[in-house]
Write a protein that binds this ligand. Structure first.
Ligand code: KIV
Length: 277
């Protein structure tokens, strides 16, 4: 990065994202590592250090096993190389659902140790009081309604939500309560398209859709999904690359070269210096 860019770039903050309600769509992606964050930073308004890191990077079956320490480590990596995008760190399962005071201690730890600008919580009705508690004490909070991955063991799988009746009404109410509690934006995941639009119209802060609706105020995807790093992706993911295929091709090429002793070649080795030079 040039010295000039360093001087002029200001990192986006929660009020900048909130001010984008109804405007140019907000571009968000997940980031877990320093090199990826550097690549994403020029193109994204917001980078989410999602607890999906547990499944994507650490091979966990779901996000329930993700720890505060994991989120802090990945948050630090993303903060080191991003300059412009707002960085939000997910609060992992078990770090915010109890007493608001505990949630506050954990959120403060995340913000102090990573330098990130906000945290995200999966905002069921029991978490609304905590969102208000955090925001009143200076912690910007992003909500997350609809399909809540941390509730996977209660729900019995990653299923689309709010396609009918009582569940639809409940999610709408949770989104409204999350916004009323002071969240600066709300992720809306895996819900019927019409519900995502209704939430977007009903709340005063931006909705960030994932498997939701093009009518949301912004979109987010898991970066590794949209880059084609997995052989299976959910229906709502559009693949913009086939990195799994590219990586496999590259590794096969390297393995062939090693076995045939064509790597390293003359350009890739050091020769002894001539004497007295
Ligand atoms: O953990 C995560 O990556 C998320 C996004 C999918 C919204 O919560």
């Amino acid at each position: 990065m040039s010295a000039q860019r360093q001087e002029t770039v200001r990192r986006l903050a929660a009020p900048d994202i909130t001010a984008r309600k109804g405007g140019v769509p907000i571009v968000c992606l997940t980031a877990y590592t320093a090199p990826m964050a550097e690549l994403l930073d020029d193109h994204c308004d917001l980078l989410l250090v999602g607890d999906s890191v547990g499944m994507v990077v650490h091979g966990l079956p779901n996000t329930v096993g993700v720890t505060l320490e994991m989120m802090i480590l990945h948050g630090q990596a993303v903060m080191r190389t991003s300059k412009k995008a707002m960085v939000v760190v997910d609060m992992p399962f078990g770090s915010y659902e109890g007493a608001p005071e505990n949630a506050y201690q954990n959120a403060v730890r995340i913000m102090k140790e990573t330098g990130a600008s906000a945290v995200k919580v999966e905002s069921g009705s029991t978490v609304v009081e905590t969102i208000e508690y955090l925001v009143k004490r200076g912690v910007p909070v992003m909500g997350h309604v609809g399909l809540r991955p941390q509730a996977v063991l209660v729900d019995g799988g990653f299923k689309a939500k709010g396609r009918a009746g009582e569940e639809r009404a409940r999610i709408l109410e949770e989104a409204k309560a999350t916004a009323a509690a002071g969240a600066f934006a709300v992720v809306v995941e895996g819900v019927a398209e019409g519900l995502a639009r209704e939430i977007t119209e009903a709340i005063a802060v931006p909705t960030i859709g994932i498997g939701a609706s093009a009518g949301c105020d912004g979109q987010i995807l898991v970066t590794d999904d949209m880059l084609g790093l997995f052989d299976w992706t959910p229906k709502f993911v559009r693949r913009y690359a086939d990195l799994r295929g590219e990586i496999s091709k590259a590794i096969a090429g390297y393995a062939d070269d090693v076995r045939q002793r064509t790597f390293p070649g003359p350009a890739e080795i050091y020769f002894a210096k001539a004497a007295n030079t």
